[in-house]
Design a protein around this ligand. Structure first.
Ligand code: ASP
Length: 332
């Protein structure tokens, strides 16, 4: 008897990035491929129908909050369509960590949403965009991709958006998930996921963004950036040393900011591992806790900033923000 195989209807949403670029006569890479051209890389994948959509903006290192909001709104609308099974987003790699995290935090759908990109543009030997896009579509077609939040598929590896970081300026294996590990792999067109998806906390999609500055602590840094940031913001993220340390002379500014209802989140600039409590003394992790900061746990600074920005922008009360960050991985 003839077996019926369901066709997956997938939107390919092109937002720019190296995956859509070619090198021009001057040797510089510029955007050359829209969604329809990118979709030509997908011929031969069985049981899939692709709807190619060009996003209104090219998202790259000049991404704005407005573009991020527009992207999350568009993905939400696409996921609400009954005739769409999944969305694959072609995206630049430079800000993928932040934008994919934002979409993950704010788009509530259980449908697969898979970001992908490229490290070599379409004129370069070994263009990885075509392969990454095919892989992303294969991930998006997998029933096991449902309910995992936003995934990032690059170099035959599947990550969750809120875990990724770009670790290398040019290698195709640039993305890593230091505190989580990859959640799946592709082998010869087969997608294998590890375990079942955890349930991460979501936020309402805000109508506008309240900006949250991120301050990277460096040796001998005075308090000028810190004071400015605290005087102009409802919340700040400090990328602190080690498990959560700042210069001793920062503490009066931090204490005063918290007294004036500024939410201060402390993440670690180490790249992996969690904030935690061990040391005494002024500027130590324990001193910061005593001052009333919120620790970011395993969230790295960029993702902690996006999450705090979502929390403040959608009007969460300080106690609720504290509860959200009390989960070191951002689980519900
Ligand atoms: N290097 C980047 C990319 O991979 C450029 C960007 O993010 O816009 O696409």
């Amino acid at each position: 008897m003839e077996q019926l195989v369901r066709t997956n209807n997938i939107v390919l949403l092109a937002t720019g990035g190296t995956i859509s670029m070619k090198t021009d006569d001057s040797g510089a890479a510029y955007k050359a491929l829209g969604a329809a051209s990118l979709g030509e890389n997908l011929s031969g994948i069985p049981n899939v129908s692709i709807e190619a959509v060009d996003f209104a903006y090219d998202i790259g290192y000049s991404v704005t909050h407005q573009m991020m909001l527009a992207l999350a709104h568009q993905i939400t609308q696409l996921c609400e369509r009954g005739d769409i099974d999944a969305v694959v987003v072609c995206h630049g790699t430079d800000v993928m960590e932040e934008v994919a995290t934002f979409v993950d935090l704010t788009v509530a759908s259980r449908k697969p949403i898979v970001f992908t990109g490229a490290m070599r543009n379409a004129s370069m030997p070994g263009y990885d965009g075509a392969h990454n896009l095919r892989s992303a579509v294969q991930v998006a077609m997998s029933e096991h991709a449902m309910g995992r939040g936003v995934l990032v598929c690059m170099d035959d590896t599947v990550h969750i958006a809120r875990a990724i970081t770009k670790t290398h300026t040019s290698r195709t294996s640039t993305f890593d998930s230091p505190n989580f590990g990859a959640v799946g792999f592709l082998n010869n067109d087969v997608v294998d996921f590890k375990g079942t998806p955890p349930s991460f906390r979501k936020y309402a999609l805000p109508t506008h963004f309240v900006d949250v500055p991120l301050i990277w602590v460096y040796a001998g840094q005075d308090t000028s950036f810190l004071s400015l940031a605290c005087s102009q913001s409802k919340g700040i993220v400090i990328a602190a040393k080690g498990i959560g340390h700042v210069p001793a002379w920062w503490m009066p500014v931090i204490r005063q900011a918290i007294a004036q209802d500024v939410i201060v989140v402390v993440a670690s600039q180490c790249g992996s591992g969690s904030t935690s409590l061990q040391y005494g003394g002024v500027g130590s992790d324990r001193d910061l806790l005593d001052a009333g900061v919120i620790f970011a746990g395993y969230r790295r600074p960029l993702q902690a900033r996006i999450e705090l920005m979502c929390a403040i922008s959608c009007g969460l009360a300080p106690a609720e923000i504290r509860r959200a960050f009390a989960s070191p991985f951002g689980l519900e």
